[in-house]
Write a protein that binds this ligand. Structure first.
Ligand SMILES: CC(C)(COP(=O)(O)OP(=O)(O)OC[C@H]1O[C@@H](n2cnc3c(N)ncnc32)[C@H](O)[C@@H]1OP(=O)(O)O)[C@@H](O)C(=O)NCCC(=O)NCCS
Length: 271
C-alpha cells in the first residue's frame, strides 16, 4: 500500500497473471476512494496481439518511428485492455474508448462494473491507475538529465517551485525536478483538460523529505478542492506520481505478468 509520501517499492508489488488471478485482484478494488496501480514492463520477447487492438490503436502503433516503439505501444495498449476488461467486467476485445476534448481517454460506454483509469509510459515501462469512482491522473518519467534545468523550470514551474528547486542540494536537483514535473503532470491528467490550467496557477512540493502536496496559488482557477498526491519510485532511473481528487487514497500496486512483461525474478511474488 502506498500512502502519502512513502515511495512505492514496486519490487514488492505482487506479480499477477492474466485470467483468474487478475480477475480476483480487479474485483477486490473497493468502491470508495482506493486506487490500484499496475506497472507494465514493456521489454521482452513476446509479440503483441495486434488482433486485440482497434483500428486507431493499430494506426498509432504503425506510426511509431521504430520497431521498438511500435511494439511498446501495442504491448501497453494490449495490457490496458486486459486491465480494463478485468476491472470493468468486459472482454478485452470489447473495450472501446472515447476521447474527451483535451484528449483524455475514457470508456465509451459504462461497463458492467464501474472503472476509471489513466495511463502513462516512459521508456520500457507503463503505469496504469484504476479506480471505481474518482478520475485518477498518473505520470511516469525517466530521470533524463537536462542541460539547463533552470530554463525548463522557468518555462513550466511556478516561482515557488523554482525557489524550492534551487534550494535542493545539486545532487538532488534532477530528482527534485522530476518529482515536481510528475506531480504537476499527474494533476493535469487527473483534471483531464490538458494545459488549460496554467502551470503557474499551482505549486507542488518537491523536496525529498516532504510529503507530495498541492498548493493553490491562483484561487480563481481551482478544479475542485482537495487533491491527493502519491510519489512513486517505479523502477531505477524513473519517477512517478499519482493524483486523485479527495482524501489520500489507499493505493495497492501490482505488476502484470504475461506478454510485454519480463518473466525473470517474478516467481517469489507471484500470486
Ligand atoms: C497528453 C499528455 C497527457 C502528455 O502526456 P505524456 O507525458 O506525453 O505521456 P504519458 O505517457 O504520461 O501519457 C499518455 C497517456 O495519457 C492519457 N491522456 C492523453 N491525453 C490526456 C488528457 N488530456 N488528460 C489525461 N490523460 C490523457 C492517454 O491514456 C495517453 O496514453 P496513450 O498514449 O496510450 O493514448 C498531456 O498531459 C500533455 O501534453 N501535457 C503537457 C506536458 C507538459 O507541459 N507538462 C508540464 C508538467 S510541469
Amino acid at each position: 500500500m502506498i500512502t502519502g509520501h512513502h515511495p512505492a517499492v514496486t519490487e514488492s508489488w505482487p506479480v499477477v497473471a492474466r485470467g483468474d488471478s487478475l480477475d480476483r485482484v480487479a474485483e477486490s478494488l473497493p468502491a470508495a476512494g482506493a486506487a490500484h496501480l499496475w506497472l507494465l514492463d514493456l521489454t521482452g520477447d513476446p509479440e503483441p496481439d495486434m488482433a486485440l487492438l482497434d483500428a486507431d490503436e493499430r494506426t498509432r502503433s504503425a506510426a511509431a518511428a521504430s520497431a521498438r516503439g511500435r511494439r511498446r505501444f501495442a504491448l501497453r495498449r494490449q495490457a490496458l485492455r486486459h486491465l480494463l476488461a478485468a476491472y470493468g467486467g468486459l472482454t478485452a476485445a470489447d473495450v472501446a474508448y472515447a476521447v474527451g476534448p483535451w484528449g483524455r481517454p475514457r470508456l465509451a460506454a459504462a461497463p458492467p462494473r464501474p472503472v476509471r483509469f489513466n495511463a502513462s509510459h516512459a521508456g520500457d515501462w507503463g503505469l496504469v491507475a484504476l479506480t471505481r469512482d474518482r478520475d485518477p491522473g498518473v505520470d511516469l518519467e525517466a530521470l533524463v538529465p537536462h542541460d539547463d534545468l533552470d530554463a525548463v523550470a522557468r518555462r513550466y514551474f511556478a516561482d515557488r517551485e523554482r525557489a524550492d528547486l534551487a534550494a535542493l542540494a545539486p545532487a538532488d536537483r534532477l530528482a527534485g525536478f522530476y518529482r515536481a514535473w510528475t506531480r504537476k503532470e499527474a494533476l493535469i491528467k487527473a483534471w483531464g483538460e490538458g494545459l488549460s490550467h496554467p502551470l503557474d496557477a499551482f505549486a507542488v512540493s518537491l523536496a525529498a523529505g516532504e510529503p507530495p502536496r498541492l498548493r493553490w496559488l491562483d484561487h480563481g482557477r481551482r478544479p475542485g478542492d482537495g487533491w491527493a498526491l502519491a510519489h512513486l519510485d517505479p523502477a531505477p532511473g524513473y519517477v512517478g506520481a499519482l493524483a486523485l481528487p479527495g482524501a489520500a487514497p489507499a493505493v495497492s500496486g501490482f505488476r502484470l505478468a504475461g506478454p510485454g512483461v519480463r518473466q525473470s525474478s517474478y516467481d517469489q511474488n507471484a500470486i
